[in-house]
Design a protein around this ligand. Structure first.
Ligand code: 8IG
Length: 275
């Protein structure tokens, strides 16, 4: 798809990308990776971090407001020679800064030359057989935010939004990886048990507060999208217990080494572009 660089939000992204190029000395990045809840350590195994920038020093980025989220932007060099832009600072829709702020990282990645956008998240599971610690490939989404990162008459095809090619590549690393449909809700509250029954009925497998809006913006910016969720909790009403954020952080800690290895292996298998 043609990169729609006239769309609102891309000027800010170009400014951020210019800052990153200047501060890291890396003119173009090949891959970008957004780290969600539980994925914080994943960048360590991918390669050598050559530069770390505090997120709030890069134009348009904000330090994250949630404990367990990482507030840096890193440039990582992989053994295969990929330059990976690791976005540790994600702005969530529930922060109320607007959808442009939510997708600024994704657009900055596109402006930095990125062709492959990898989105990760922590989420609730609508399937009892996918308990905390289960990594799941996102194969489709249902966007229930009632928002879009696209402004005006910007019609973008979302068939195959989540690249089947990259999902297949991930499965060549781990054939056991399940895939599912991710539902994005605005949050910040978790769901009621009735809402979870509703989401199962309409075809959701996973539920969270990120990723769908970013994936749409990534496709619009012309990038190939791969998304992976880490189940950190069974969705509301699935067990007797209440949901709390400490459980989310704990599931991430326990699954950390496995999902980090997984991501590193997937990235290692991506072809290195010659541009
Ligand atoms: I981590 O159960 C995480 N994020 N909406 N519901 C929603 N978001 C989440 C959940 C969850 N777990």
């Amino acid at each position: 798809m043609q990169h729609d660089s006239q769309h609102p939000g891309f000027d800010a992204a170009r400014e951020a990308a210019a800052h990153i190029a200047e501060a890291t000395g890396v003119e173009r990045h090949d891959i970008a990776l957004t780290l969600g809840s539980g994925w914080g350590e994943a960048a360590e195994l991918i390669g050598e971090t050559t530069h770390t920038l505090p997120a709030d020093e890069v134009p348009g980025f904000h330090a994250p407001s949630v404990p367990g989220h990482v507030g840096t932007i890193r440039s990582v060099l992989t053994p295969a020679g990929h330059r990976v832009l690791v976005l540790g600072a994600r702005t969530h829709y529930y922060e109320g800064k607007g959808v442009r702020a939510v997708v600024h990282g994704v657009r900055t990645a596109a402006a930095a030359g990125v062709k492959t956008m990898i989105l990760t998240n922590g989420c609730g599971s609508l399937r009892p057989e996918w308990g905390p610690g289960t990594p799941v490939i996102v194969s489709d989404h249902i966007n229930l935010t009632a928002a879009s990162p696209l402004e005006g008459a910007t019609f973008v095809d979302l068939t195959d939004l989540y690249s089947p090619r990259l999902a297949e590549l991930a499965r060549s690393v781990d054939p056991q990886l399940p895939d599912g449909t991710y539902v994005q809700l605005p949050g910040p509250h978790y769901e009621t048990p009735a809402e979870i029954r509703f989401l199962r009925t309409v075809g959701g497998d996973l539920v969270g507060m990120s990723t769908a809006l970013e994936a749409i913006a990534a496709r619009h910016a012309g990038m190939e999208v791969f998304a992976m969720s880490l189940v950190t909790n069974l969705a509301a009403g699935s067990t007797e217990e209440a949901l709390d954020h400490a459980e989310v952080i704990e599931a991430g800690r326990q699954a950390g080494p496995r999902i980090s290895r997984l991501l590193a292996d997937i990235i290692a298998k991506l072809p290195v572009s010659d541009s």
